[in-house]
Design a protein around this ligand. Sequence first.
Ligand SMILES: O=c1[nH]c(NC[C@H](O)[C@H](O)[C@H](O)CO)c([N+](=O)[O-])c(=O)[nH]1
Length: 152
Amino acid sequence: MVCSKLRIGILHARWNKTIIDNLVKGAVEKLKLLNVSEENIIIESVPGSFELPFGTKKFVDKYEKLGKPLDAVIPIGVLIKGSTMHFEYICDSVTHQLMRLNFDLGLPVIFGVLTCLTDEQAEARAGLIEGKMHNHGEDWGAAAVEMSVKFE
Ligand SMILES: O=c1[nH]c(NC[C@H](O)[C@H](O)[C@H](O)CO)c([N+](=O)[O-])c(=O)[nH]1
């Protein structure tokens, strides 16, 4: 399939907005660099990372029903450890459920969730700290395109 025909969904959580916004920007820019047309990059949001698995299923089903099926979806979230075990429970459950959705939905569900111990770790992985790491959103955009066309 030609990349320009791909329809890629991005579903992002709204916690840690500055970091999220840069991750989404990185994914969108990479998708466009790989010739995915802007009107075929569909962006929606959910309250937090815990809502990503169920939100992803609803998102995919919505566009299926509209007759505009997605070729891949990139759930994006930023989880940063606090002083309780909340972080661990959300990271573990969200990771497992997003992995499962690849098989349940039969389309690539890219793991776009940062699970960080500090704000700085998350900022670095969103390309927000000069000279430290790169914007992981770019990797997720590239993975979405590759997995949409691979094995076709
Ligand atoms: O996306 C996040 N959601 C977070 N919590 C909200 C959670 O994802 C749900 O939206 C909420 O529990 C309601 O279901 C976070 N923390 O609690 O730290 C976080 O760091 N990141």
